[in-house]
Design a protein around this ligand. Structure first.
Ligand SMILES: *Cc1c(COP(=O)(O)O)cnc(C)c1O
Ligand SMILES: [Zn+2]
Length: 384
């Protein structure tokens, strides 16, 4: 029963294999995706409650799955004016744990609960750790979160409030990831970066956007990217909708990174076909956009490929732009994480560049439908 509704496939070598409780990586080392046919019974969906589970037939879980949910999702899509251009901004800071990571956690932990697994590990001192800890608490699954020993943030307090056990690992972020992977030999690895079920939760962002636009695809989507859990999820979601005939074209994907740590931006701009993110990339300067400061994204090549295939590109924003955007968003009445302000800075950069092109008659003024998102709540970073 458990293996028939979806299959794992390797994003690196293309190998196909069945779902198994402790399988989170291909034998070749590559990250996995899921082969699955998403269905969208639109009339029924319209009658269902406004949560991400209204797209039940598009979520790769068996019919008798154990759904772990707090009625999350269907967040508001708000129009904001960026330099004279209307941009639709999805309010994903309004999730129960304060970030969009709940999309991924609800689906991943439902999968894990359905498999009958009763303990998991994850490594994240940030929003992913909070979301995995919260949904494990909800499901009665024992949860251990590996964090670097020197982390001390409000997010750690939040993770502990959900009853998760903290494993403090001395060394840096990479040492923590290594310790978690070691433990994953014998325990289920509920990794938001490696486990493909997480991405089949974050993909609901794209479903909601299209439904809220009257089942239309945006022209352009501007998203933050570090490990790519939202950007790759959105890419899957739009492709699901296109394959099912619900939308007829795919939006361009624009990925926003902080200049202080921009390996994907570098890989993209290095050449017209390159997707290899340099392994040796270690440059990481301080940035307030800590949530996307990922020097060695495990799915780097997959992210660059997705952006390139969509006809999009990457934007790298500096600290002054991030701060200015954070202040501007506050004046719109929205309190957001500094990481999310980097995305807003990317939107400003995109719109201003377009305005300049219109002024020079390079492109015509048009009704380009642009969608972006706020990923995390400002209350996450009190005193930051
Ligand atoms: C996780 C996160 C991101 C970006 O996610 P990636 O998976 O690293 O691309 C952006 N903003 C916030 C607030 C996050 O928690
Ligand atoms: Zn492989």
């Amino acid at each position: 029963m458990q293996n028939s509704y979806a299959t794992l496939s390797c994003t690196h070598c293309g190998r196909v294999m069945p779902i198994a409780p402790r399988r989170w990586q291909c034998v070749c080392g590559g990250p996995l995706d899921l082969l699955f046919d998403a269905r969208f019974p639109l009339d029924e969906i319209a009658r269902r409650r406004p949560t991400l589970w209204r797209y039940r037939e598009a979520i790769p879980l068996p019919a008798d799955a154990r759904i772990v949910s707090v009625d999350e999702g269907f967040t508001p899509l708000l129009a904001l004016d960026f330099a004279g251009h209307r941009v639709w901004v999805k309010q994903d800071q309004l999730f129960s744990t304060g970030s969009y990571k709940d999309r991924g956690a609800s689906v991943l932990i439902s999968h894990i609960a359905t498999m009958g697994i009763d303990r998991v590990i994850e490594d994240s001192s940030g929003n992913a750790g909070c979301a995995i800890a919260a949904y494990c608490a909800r499901a009665g699954i024992a949860c251990e979160i590996y964090v670097p020993a020197d982390t001390s943030t409000p997010k750690i307090a939040q993770i502990q409030a959900y009853g998760a056990r903290l494993r403090k690992i001395s060394g840096n972020r990479q040492d923590t990831a290594r310790a978690a992977r070691q433990a994953a030999q014998t325990t289920c690895y509920a990794s938001h970066v490696w486990n493909p079920f997480f991405f089949h939760g974050t993909k609901t962002w794209a479903y909601e956007v299209c439904e809220q636009l009257g089942w239309h695809a945006p022209d352009t989507v501007i998203l933050p990217v570090g490990n790519g859990t939202l950007l790759l999820g959105a890419a899957i979601g739009f492709k699901d909708l296109q394959r099912a005939g619900v939308i007829d074209r795919l939006p361009r994907l624009i990925g926003v990174q902080a200049q202080a740590c921009a390996p994907l931006y570098r890989a993209f701009t290095a050449g017209p076909t390159g997707t290899e993110v340099p392994n040796a990339y270690t440059e990481k300067k301080p940035t307030v956009a800590e949530g996307i400061a990922i020097a060695d994204p495990a799915r780097g090549p997959q992210i660059v490929r997705a952006v390139r295939e969509s006809g999009g590109y990457f934007i790298a924003v500096d600290e002054a732009e991030i701060l200015a955007s954070w202040q501007w968003v506050g004046k719109q009445g929205l309190y957001i994480e500094p990481t999310s302000a980097a995305t807003m800075a990317g939107v400003f950069r995109y719109v201003r560049e377009k305005n300049a092109q219109v002024a020079r008659n390079v492109v015509a003024r048009n009704q380009e439908l642009i969608v972006s998102t706020i990923t995390g709540h400002g209350l996450k970073n009190i005193g930051h």
